[in-house]
Ligand binder design. Structure first.
Ligand code: FES
Length: 129
């Protein structure tokens, strides 16, 4: 039921942990399942130079955070903002329909971390589409 990519990122998550001196932190939760995700970013010249996550949740949420952090590392804040959960699901070679909402947590966590950075730097937060 899960792709090999999902299993790989669930068993060997990339970028797991925290960045103590992060420039932006995003914490999101899904009230229906109770899962929580935190995204930490380091930013230099508008580029995400480092990113880590902590996810207290299901396997699909862990695999999604792992893949999402891989996808946004080295990207500009705008590129990272525009990365949808669909891109995460595609990179994971699919998620079962009942688990797609887990990848939304990663998109939301990244958005929160980016806006946390923007607010801390006196910039207008970007609006969700
Ligand atoms: Fe809650 Fe996956 S079941 S994020």
């Amino acid at each position: 039921m899960y792709s090999e990519k999902v299993m790989d990122h669930f068993m060997n998550p990339r970028n797991q942990g925290e960045i103590p001196d992060a420039d932006g932190i995003g914490e999101v939760g899904n009230p229906s399942c109770g899962d929580i995700m935190r995204i930490f970013i380091k930013v230099s010249n508008d580029v995400i130079t480092d990113v880590k996550f902590q996810t207290f949740g299901c396997g699909a949420a862990i695999a999604s955070s792992s893949m999402a952090t891989e996808l946004i590392r080295g990207k500009t804040l705008k590129e990272a903002w525009d990365m949808s959960n669909k891109a995460v699901v595609e990179a994971l070679e699919g998620l079962p329909p009942a688990k797609v909402h887990c990848s939304v947590l990663a998109e939301d966590g990244i958005h929160k971390a980016i806006n946390d950075y923007r607010i801390k730097n006196g910039l207008e937060p970007w609006e969700e589409k």
